[in-house]
Ligand binder design. Structure first.
Ligand SMILES: Cc1ncc(COP(=O)(O)O)c(C=O)c1O
Length: 385
């Protein structure tokens, strides 16, 4: 895994590196500061240099690559016929929501902001069932909400906290969903990005794909290689459903599968099939980067709290106890203070919904020296403030 230098990164055209002025260290949107895995480069180069850049054929390249990956990594036996391609994860979720004709959708804040925004833009009512103070699914509250919602959007592993929901939690959730006829749409895009340490403690992958938990509830999982292999610029995804969700998936409009570009499929398929060593290197880097970032916070901003994460390269930081030299708190949105006074950009906690006040989300998929520089600038800003 090759991480780029600051000078190289500043040449990028992506959202992460162009949103803010050049004196800002961007630690926000979920992009990696890495070069793409060599097998992905090779696969894409092959189709480019041979002009094999037309419409997708019938060979189910991406679907089959995902089935192989899911089996090898999680022992998840995905029936070939239950996988379809979608334009990307969030479009896949929106299309499944549309097909479900849902009126009311449950989410668990603090959560990835489109989970609220996209259903609302579809005219649906969003019912927020916040995570517990420990960052876990509040199963009794969800069961109560399931009496009057049609769908729940499950983020597993959870963005922003990196919590991987346990088998017990998922079982209880699915029991409640089945009892009330609620469809579960699971976003598992961060599933490959588990912490090596957490995996070792769990004796296997700490992440449990929801569809490996037996259930009669209708479940659709939407995922892709976009986060695990830094392929957000290659829009593609897969949706996997169980039998109970099959009638719903038959309602998906045909333009959904037609919305995926062939070259994107090639990139994601190569990642799932041949990008496994690269993914292992990313996982190791994330553990190390989280340690380095946590140690820097501990040394320089000891009142900031970094919760351990099972997965994702995101860090969800609690700044509620942090004070500036003049004794001021950082308020609802600490990212505002740090952008203005430390020239470090993070995702604002409040954008993840209630429960995000006083927090910020930091992207650890970068060089360790950049993380240390960011924390140093942040502590200097606090000392001046
Ligand atoms: C939980 C989650 N889902 C979906 C996405 C976006 O995926 P896509 O670009 O495939 O819609 C992200 C991006 O950060 C994410 O964190």
């Amino acid at each position: 895994m090759e991480l780029l230098t600051l000078d190289e990164l500043r040449e990028r055209h992506s959202m992460k590196w162009t949103r803010y002025p050049a004196d800002v260290l961007p630690l926000w949107v979920a992009e990696m500061d890495a070069v793409v895995a060599q097998p992905v480069i090779d696969a894409v180069m092959t189709v480019l240099t041979t002009g094999d850049t037309g419409y997708p054929g019938r060979d189910r390249l991406l679907q089959d690559a995902f089935v192989g990956f899911a089996w090898d990594r999680w022992g998840w036996q995905v029936p070939f016929s239950s996988v379809s391609v979608v334009p990307d994860v969030m479009h896949g979720i929106v299309e499944v929501l549309r097909a479900s004709k849902a009126q009311r959708v449950a989410i668990t804040s603090p959560v990835y902001p489109p989970f609220r925004a996209y259903p609302e833009q579809e005219g649906m009512d969003v019912v927020d069932v916040p995570l517990t103070d420990a960052g876990r699914l509040d199963i009794p509250a969800l069961a109560a909400a399931f009496e009057h919602v049609d769908v729940m959007l499950l983020c597993n592993p959870h963005n922003p906290s990196g919590v991987a929901h346990t088998v017990e939690e998922l079982t209880a959730l699915l029991d409640a969903a089945h009892a009330h006829g609620v469809l579960i749409i699971a976003d598992e895009i961060h599933g490959p990005l588990t912490s090596v340490r957490a995996d070792t403690a769990a004796g296997g992958s700490v992440f449990t794909p929801v569809l490996t938990v037996p259930t009669e509830a209708a479940v659709v999982t939407v995922t892709s290689a976009a986060k695990g292999w830094h392929l957000a610029g290659f829009k593609a995804g897969v949706a996997v459903h169980n039998d109970a969700a099959a009638p719903l998936m038959a309602n998906l409009a045909s333009h959904v599968a037609d919305g995926v570009g062939f070259v994107s499929m090639v990139a994601h398929a190569a990642a799932f099939r041949e990008g496994r060593d690269w993914l292992s290197a990313v996982q190791r880097h994330i553990d190390e980067a989280r340690d380095v970032f946590g140690e820097a916070l501990g040394d320089l901003i000891p009142d900031a709290h970094l919760a351990p994460a099972d997965a994702t390269y995101l860090a969800w930081v609690d700044f509620r106890d942090v004070r500036t030299a003049s004794g001021a708190t950082l308020g609802q949105d600490p990212s505002e203070f740090f952008l203005k006074h430390a020239r470090v950009a993070m995702n604002p906690g409040p954008s993840f919904g209630p429960g995000g006040a006083g927090f910020a989300r930091v992207n650890l998929a970068t060089r360790k020296d950049i993380l240390v520089a960011a924390v140093t600038q942040m502590s200097e800003a606090l000392a001046r403030g």
